[in-house]
Design a protein around this ligand. Structure first.
Ligand code: GTP
Ligand code: MG
Length: 394
């Protein structure tokens, strides 16, 4: 074959002309070789990679020391894993989590714990992002946690996807944690409360908890933060709804967001209206008058002023001793909440209760048995069940 013929032959068989010549060849070898670089065949099952990606390498189990040291060293990967640990419902993880919390407890308590609530779409995440970036710029370390009880109902999360806060997440001093999923609101609250402690131990001096303003969660978040903020928008009816739900009474600060563009005047009007209503309410924190402000998370206008008021709140509460007192009360109330939760779980897991609860429910539903008598019967069954091994009589 002439070189031309050889070239044509290669083109025809789409055989690369140089690439298939092995590195080592016998001294007398010509241009023809038995090796051939074959193009991959893409038919399913032939040379295609397995459809399921291979499992990532198992992460090394961390010991309590690893967790504690990682957190102290401000390692965000370890912090994230520690939060996953406290979020876990597995008994073994919970034991480990409690040991870890006991270990880091002396390092906690040194942050400003701020809760933000408001109806979906009020701009909570946007304003947290604007504020968080500004605070990181001033050298603060900011952790953002989300409490979203809807995740326990839907299995997903209202906040989950939206809590990304991409700009803030790129700040080296920021840590963002979406909502834990699963479990009751109580369970979600426990996890968030413990996550706050872990963030503090990891040196975050501002911890912001975002919660969507539906149902009971405002009260839950109020019970774990120092300063509670209601984010409102003009025309949301918060002026009336807020009072009805009692949320305004929980708030240390109300901010009417989206005070920009065409909406600016309406927002200022809503702010004035809220301030009038606040006048008639008992302040959420003794010695502090809850102000109503207007801001725009989008333009940034009013955001610095709002943070200024938050700082002022902390100054006032530190001086008056309210900050410490509230935290002590919260810790004690939380202990009792945990006791109630444990007793309740124990009760409903009791074999005698489980055996009888459906029947008694039916009797109550049919109006045959009064609720109080039914409750007493089940409580007695639970007590008897412990001693009589489930074969309780009333
Ligand atoms: N014009 C204007 N739009 C805003 C402002 N703040 C937020 N938005 C917009 O409002 C929408 C909702 O903002 P989010 O920050 O996701 O609201 P959110 O309260 O966190 O919502 P949920 O997490 O779903 O409860 C987004 O499209 C924002 O861009 C603002 O100050 N002005
Ligand atoms: Mg949000």
């Amino acid at each position: 074959m002439t070189p031309e013929e050889e070239k044509a032959h290669h083109a025809e068989t789409s055989r690369p002309s140089a690439g298939d010549r092995p590195d080592w060849v016998p001294a007398n070898a010509g241009t023809a070789f038995a090796t051939w670089v074959v193009e991959g065949v893409n038919r399913a099952g032939l040379f295609a990679p397995p459809s399921a990606p291979s499992a990532p390498p198992r992460r090394r189990r961390l010991s309590i020391d690893d967790y504690a040291e990682g957190i102290r060293a401000r390692d965000t990967t370890v912090l994230a894993r520690a939060i996953t640990l406290v979020e876990s419902n597995a008994a073994a993880h919970q034991d480990l989590a409690q040991q870890l919390l006991a270990r880091v407890l002396p390092e906690t308590g040194r942050s400003m714990r701020v809760g933000i609530t408001g109806i979906p779409g009020a701009g909570k995440s946007t304003i947290i992002e604007a504020l968080g970036c500004a605070l990181c710029g001033q050298g603060h370390r900011v952790a953002v946690l989300a409490v979203d009880p809807s995740s326990s109902v839907t299995g997903g999360s209202i906040l989950g996807d939206k809590v990304r806060m991409e700009k803030l997440s790129r700040q080296p001093g920021a840590f963002i944690r979406p909502s834990p999923s699963g479990g009751s609101l109580g369970g979600v609250a426990r996890k968030s409360r413990e996550a706050i402690l872990l963030c503090e131990a990891a040196g975050y001096d501002v911890v912001i908890v975002e919660t969507v303003g539906v149902g009971q969660n405002e009260v839950t978040v109020r019970s774990m933060v120092d300063c509670f903020l209601l984010l409102s928008i003009a025309g949301a009816g918060d002026e009336v709804q807020g009072i009805k739900k009692g949320v305004m009474e929980l708030a240390d600060l109300i901010v009417v967001n989206k005070a920009d563009g065409d909406n600016r005047l309406r927002a200022l009007g809503a702010r004035a209206e809220l301030e009038r209503v606040l006048h008639y309410l008992k302040p959420a924190t003794e010695g502090w008058t809850t102000p109503a402000l207007a801001a725009s998370a989008r333009t940034g206008e009013g955001v610095a002023e709002f943070w200024g008021r938050v700082r002022e709140f902390f100054d006032v509460c530190r001086r008056s001793g309210m900050l410490e007192e509230r935290r002590r009360e919260q810790a004690i109330a939380w202990m009792h909440a945990l006791i109630r939760e444990a007793l309740q779980a124990e009760f409903y897991q009791n074999a005698a209760v489980r055996a009888r609860v459906a029947g008694i429910e039916q009797a109550v539903a049919a109006g045959v048995k009064p609720s109080l008598a039914a409750a007493k019967e089940l409580l007695a069954a639970a007590k008897g069940g412990e001693t009589a091994g489930g074969a309780a009589t009333v």
